[in-house]
Write a protein that binds this ligand. Structure first.
Ligand code: PLP
Length: 387
């Protein structure tokens, strides 16, 4: 429903198909009884039929798909088994054999691995835009470019792409713009309203929001989603009903969580930025961020992820993350509990690649959750003082 005038939380709560049960039943069946042959045939002819065979579609996934499409202002959405499945299926749906994609400098590592390792086997080639300006994307484009893929905000560097400028450039060259909006969520930014064509999410993060479900979503035009769904039915990375049920429940409170997370993360970023024990902080609300001047024109807020370099080098950063107590030392992001991660200690990146991507060796990534901001700031202050 691209033109739904209702507010974000109203749509989050009322956009799914209406059933008698407000809680939404969990439907595990892999197959469904039809009244007669024509009834079965009518489901077989549908895209993502909710009551045919579970690899093709399922009721809990259908509810989540309707909710995410409404929140993104997309014609349609399809749920898949992980954020990676959303990224790879969307890229494959966008790119014909011989197609070329321009990829932003920082995208999720496995997306780069897909573009480097697997996509060439399908005749797909990729180039990286060497910076974040629209001219950097223009320089990387070729006559055979059919897609531009960006992550916005980018994880973990928090870089932002001007989605209006980049999507308009892509359109003028006959290419689709695909946005991994996992960090933004539709609460903060709706790329389709800014001219982009396709949005993908790791629903494992903010959409689910409770670190207990894995999934992905692709949203876009009905035609694009149908193309992605045809790949899904052949390749098979479907979302399980229980994950769909959990994520669909999570999305119902997305606006409440994101409002709080935006506010707390801004507070945490400002605190860290002013702290003498901190060398640098990356978060778009801070005046030093490269997109600070225009970021609010495209984003309502900037979500819970921020990166910080404490003083004291790699050892200082290690002591800092290990001294935190409310921020759990764990991977992932976007859950209600705050997390801290030390990317240099786990990413399979060479020092050279890390430097090229703008990830300092001593950078710590924080995912701000829904605890009280005062307590989060106290935790950070204690860890920075070394006590
Ligand atoms: N996109 C982004 C921005 C991510 O942070 C992640 C995972 O961390 C993914 C995609 C992949 O999602 P998943 O782990 O659900 O496959």
């Amino acid at each position: 429903m691209p033109d739904d005038p209702r507010g974000f939380q109203t749509r989050a709560l009322h956009a799914a198909p209406r059933g008698a049960s407000l809680g939404g039943g969990l439907e595990l069946s892999t197959t469904f009884r039809w009244d007669d042959v024509d009834h079965g045939a009518s489901f077989a002819a549908e895209v993502a039929p909710p009551r045919f065979y579970r690899r093709l579609g399922a009721p809990n996934a259908a509810s989540l798909e309707a909710r995410v499409a409404a929140l993104e202002g997309a014609e349609r959405a399809v749920a898949v088994g992980s954020g990676m499945a959303a990224c790879t299926l969307a890229l494959m749906a966008a790119l014909p054999e011989g197609g070329h994609v321009v990829c932003a400098r920082t995208v999720y590592g496995e997306v780069s691995n897909f573009l480097r390792g697997l996509a060439p086997r399908m005749g797909i080639t990729a180039s990286v835009a060497e910076g974040w300006e629209v001219d950097d994307f223009a320089r990387a484009m070729r006559p055979e470019t059919r897609a531009v893929f960006v992550e916005c905000p980018a994880n973990p560097t928090l870089d932002l792409v001007d989605l209006v400028a980049v999507s308009s450039l892509a359109r003028s060259r006959g290419a689709l713009t695909l946005v991994d909006a996992t960090l933004a969520t539709p609460y903060n930014c709706r790329p389709i309203e800014l001219g982009c064509d396709v949005v993908v999410h790791s629903a494992t993060k903010y959409l689910g929001g409770h670190s207990d479900a894995m999934g992905g979503v692709i949203a876009g035009s009905a035609g694009f989603v149908e193309a992605a769904w045809h790949l899904l039915r052949v390749l098979g990375p479907v979302m399980s009903p229980f994950d769909a049920w959990l994520i669909d429940r999570g999305v119902r409170t997305l606006g409440l969580r994101m409002a709080r997370i935006n506010e707390s993360a801004e507070r945490v970023a400002a605190f860290l930025d002013a702290h003498p024990g901190v060398e640098s902080v990356r978060y778009p609300s801070l005046p030093g961020h490269p997109a600070h001047a225009w970021a609010r024109a495209q984003h309502r807020g900037f979500g819970g992820l921020l990166s910080v370099v404490p003083r004291g080098g790699v050892e200082g950063a290690r002591r800092f993350v290990e001294s935190l107590s409310l921020f759990a030392l764990a991977t992932s992001l976007g859950g209600v509990e705050s997390l801290a991660q030390f990317p240099a200690s786990m990413a399979r990146l060479s020092d050279e690649d890390r430097a090229r991507l703008g990830i300092p060796a001593a950078m710590v990534r924080l995912s701000v959750g829904c605890e009280d901001a005062d307590d989060l700031v106290d935790d950070l202050a204690r860890a920075l003082s070394g006590s």
